[in-house]
Design a binder for this molecule. Structure first.
Ligand code: F6R
Length: 591
C-alpha cells in the first residue's frame, strides 16, 4: 500500500533508489517517482508500472547522492502522472514521499490555498510539502518544520522529506504506517519494508509511531516527535537479498508456491519457542482470532482445531469488524491476531482494542513489524519475504503455527509427528503441476467458479476462491458444502465449474453427496481428493489426486497447494501478471 524509500550514499542515488523501489513494487504499482538532490531538486515520475515508466523516462538519469522514491497504490486522486509522488512545495525546494492517508487534507489544503500555496495534484500528500514550506518560511530548519507539519496532520503516515535549502539531510517520520531505517557503511536508508534495502544492509532500526529519523552522511539520529533523542536498538535481519529474488521462476508467486515444503520445515523449528510462549499463558476460557483476507482463512482453520482439539470456544472475527466484539472481551480471552505483514491497519486497530482488555498473541511473518511490537506475545511464521501480492507460503506457515500452538496447548505430540510429514505431501502435490496446467487451460475462460468443502476443507475452499478472484479476475465463491442447497445451488448450471475439496475422513461421504447434487445440475466437477478415491474419480470431470494418507485434520496445508497452482496457471493463461493483480497491494495500511 504505497512503498517509500530514501537514501543518502556515497555514489549516485537514483539507480539505487530505483533498485530499492522495484523491490517494493508489491506494495503498489499505479505510478512511480524519484526525486534527488544536487543543488536543486530533480524529479522524474509518471503513472504506470516501474519497468514501463523506466523505459520511457529513465528514472536513473538525475544527479545527486541522496534522494527519495515512491511506488503508489492510489487512495486520494487518480493514478495519473500528476498525482505520482514525490510531491513538492510551491518553489520546488522541498520534496516528499508518503505512505498513508491524511484524513484532514481537505481542511489543510483550503487553509494553505488561502495562504497562497499553489497545489498541482489531487493527492492528500501534497499538503505535507506545503506545510513544511510554511514552517520553513517561519525560520525553522527542515527537521523542525517537518515535525510541526506532522502535528497539523490527522491520519496515518510514513514520510520521507528532503529540502534543497538543507542539502545532505533526509527526514523520515512515521505514524501508523511502517518505516524502517537501514544502516550501511557510510550510507543510510529509509524504507517501508525490509526487502527494499536488503541488498545494501541488514542492520535495521524499526521506527515506532511518532518517531522520526534524521539521516545525513555521518549517521542517523532517532528522535521523538518533540525532538528528544532516542536510543533505539539495531536489529540484524536474517533474510538474504536472494530470498527476495525470483530465483529462476517467472513470477514470485510461483517461486513462493514451490518454496512451501521448505517453509513448513523452517516453521516447524519454531515449536520450542511456541511451547515457551504457551508456558507463560494464564488460563483462558475463550479464544478469538482476528485477521483479514487469507490470514482470516488460516484463522478459520484455527477455530475448527481449537474447538475440536481443546474444546475451547473459539471465534474468528474479521479485523475490520472487530470493534463490535469489544464488549465480549475480558481477561480470560486470548486474542490471536494473524497477519503476514504485521502492518495491516484493520488488524492493528483491533490489536489496540484487544490490548486494553485481553491477552494478545500475534502470529506474524515480518520481523519487527508493528504487530510484533504491540502484542503481548509473538510467534513468527518462518516463511521469508513474500513478494507476490497473493499470499501463498505465508498462509501455510500461518497454518503450521496454528497447529503447533494447538498441539503445545493440548500436549498432543502425535499430531506434531504427523505434521512433520506435511512437507513431503506438499512436494507430491507440487509434482501434479503439469496436470494442473492442463486443467487451467480447460477452465481459463470460465466466468464463474464455485469452491466447496466441509469442516477443515471449508477454509481451503474459501482460500481457493480468494486466490482465483485475486489473480484471474474470475468471479468465484467459496462455500461450506452443506450450504449450497440453501441458496447458491440456484446458480449452478452447465457453465459453472465446481472445485470440490474432498479429503478422506469423516466428512468425505457427505461432501461427495454434495458433489452429486451439483453434478446433477450440470456443473463440471474438479475433484481434489485422495488419488485412491475411486468414488470421487467417478463423479469428477477432472481430478487432482493427493496422497491417500493425508489426514482430514491436516489436509488444509497440502490441499491448498493445487488450488494455488490452478489460480496461478489460469492467471497466466489469461495474460495477467499474478504478482501484480489490479487494484490490490500486498500490505493494506489504511482502514
Ligand atoms: C490474499 C492476501 C490478503 C491478505 C490480507 C491480510 O492473498 O494476501 O487477503 O491476506 O490483506 O494481510 P496480512 O496478513 O498482512 O495482515
Amino acid at each position: 500500500m504505497c512503498g517509500i524509500v530514501a537514501c543518502i550514499i556515497k555514489d549516485k542515488a537514483a539507480p539505487v533508489l530505483l533498485d530499492c523501489v522495484q523491490r517494493l513494487e508489491y506494495r503498489g504499482y499505479d505510478s512511480v517517482g524519484i526525486a534527488t538532490l544536487s543543488g536543486d531538486i530533480y524529479i522524474k515520475k509518471n503513472e504506470g508500472k516501474i519497468d514501463d515508466v523506466q523505459k520511457k523516462l529513465d528514472l536513473t538519469d538525475i544527479p545527486g547522492n541522496m534522494g527519495i522514491a515512491h511506488v503508489r497504490w492510489a487512495t486520494h486522486g487518480l493514478p495519473t502522472g500528476k498525482n505520482a509522488h514525490p510531491h513538492t512545495d510551491c518553489k520546488k525546494r522541498i520534496a516528499v514521499v508518503h505512505n498513508g492517508i491524511i484524513e484532514n487534507y481537505n481542511e489543510l489544503k483550503t487553509i494553505l490555498q488561502n495562504e497562497g500555496h499553489i497545489f498541482t495534484s489531487d493527492t492528500d500528500t501534497e499538503v505535507i510539502p506545503h506545510l513544511i514550506e510554511k514552517y520553513m518560511e517561519m525560520g525553522n530548519g527542515l527537521e523542525v518544520a517537518s515535525r510541526l507539519a506532522t502535528k497539523d496532520i490527522q491520519g496515518s503516515y510514513a514520510i520521507a522529506a528532503i529540502s534543497a535549502d538543507e542539502p545532505n539531510k533526509i527526514i523520515g517520520i512515521r505514524k501508523e504506517s511502517p518505516l524502517i531505517v537501514g544502516i550501511g557503511e557510510n550510507e543510510f536508508f529509509l524504507a517501508s519494508d525490509v526487502p527494499a534495502i536488503l541488498e545494501h544492509t541488514k542492520n535495521v532500526i524499526y521506527l515506532d509511531d511518532n518517531e522520526m529519523a534524521v539521516l545525513d552522511l555521518d549517521g542517523v539520529v532517532i528522535k521523538d516527535i518533540d525532538g528528544n533523542v532516542l536510543d533505539k536498538e539495531i536489529n540484524i535481519i536474517e533474510w538474504t537479498a536472494d530470498m527476495a529474488e525470483k530465483g529462476g521462476y517467472n513470477h514470485f508467486m510461483l517461486k513462493e508456491i514451490h518454496e512451501q515444503p521448505e517453509v513448513i520445515r523452517n516453521t516447524l523449528m519454531e515449536y520450542p519457542e511456541i511451547e515457551n510462549v504457551v508456558s507463560t499463558f494464564p488460563e483462558f476460557n475463550r479464544i478469538c482470532f482476528v485477521a483479514c483476507g487469507t490470514s482470516y482463512h488460516a484463522s478459520l482453520v484455527g477455530k475448527y482445531l481449537f474447538e475440536t482439539m481443546l474444546g475451547i470456544p473459539t471465534d474468528v472475527v474479521l479485523a475490520s469488524e472487530f470493534i463490535f466484539s469489544e464488549g465480549a472481551l475480558n481477561a480470560k480471552t486470548l486474542v490471536i491476531l494473524i497477519s503476514q505483514s504485521g502492518e495491516t491497519a484493520d488488524t492493528l486497530r483491533a490489536l489496540k482494542i484487544a490490548n486494553t482488555k485481553s491477552e494478545t498473541l500475534a502470529i506474524v511473518n515480518v520481523l519487527g513489524s508493528t504487530a510484533t511490537r504491540e502484542a503481548d506475545h509473538v510467534i513468527y511464521t518462518r516463511a521469508g519475504p513474500e513478494i507476490g501480492v497473493a499470499a501463498t507460503k505465508t498462509y501455510v506457515s500461518q497454518l503450521t503455527c496454528i497447529y503447533m500452538l494447538a498441539i503445545a496447548m493440548d500436549g498432543n505430540n502425535n499430531l506434531l509427528e504427523k505434521l512433520q510429514k506435511v512437507p513431503g505431501f506438499m512436494k507430491n502435490a507440487l509434482a501434479r503441476e503439469d496436470h494442473i496446467i492442463q486443467i487451467a487451460k480447460k477452465y481459463k475462460n470460465s466466468t464463474d467458479f464455485f469452491f466447496f468443502g466441509r469442516g477443515f476443507s471449508y477454509p481451503t475452499a474459501l482460500e481457493g476462491a480468494l486466490k482465483l478472484k485475486e489473480i484471474t479476475y474470475i468471479h468465484a465463491e467459496g462455500y461450506a458444502a452443506g450450504e449450497l442447497k440453501h441458496g447458491p445451488l440456484a446458480l449452478i448450471d452447465d457453465d459453472v465449474p465446481v472445485l470440490a475439496v474432498v479429503p478422506p475422513g469423516d466428512r468425505h461421504d457427505k461432501t461427495l453427496s454434495n458433489v452429486e447434487e451439483v453434478k446433477a445440475r450440470g456443473a463440471s466437477i474438479i475433484g481434489v481428493g485422495s488419488s485412491e478415491d475411486a468414488a470421487l474419480r467417478l463423479e469428477s470431470d477432472d481430478i487432482i489426486g493427493m496422497d491417500n494418507d493425508i489426514s482430514e485434520i491436516l489436509s488444509p496445508i497440502p490441499y491448498v497447494v493445487p488450488l494455488q497452482l490452478l489460480s496461478y496457471y489460469i492467471s497466466i493463461e489469461r495474460g495477467i501478471d499474478p504478482d501484480k493483480p489490479k487494484n490490490l497491494a500486498k500490505c493494506v495500511t489504511v482502514e
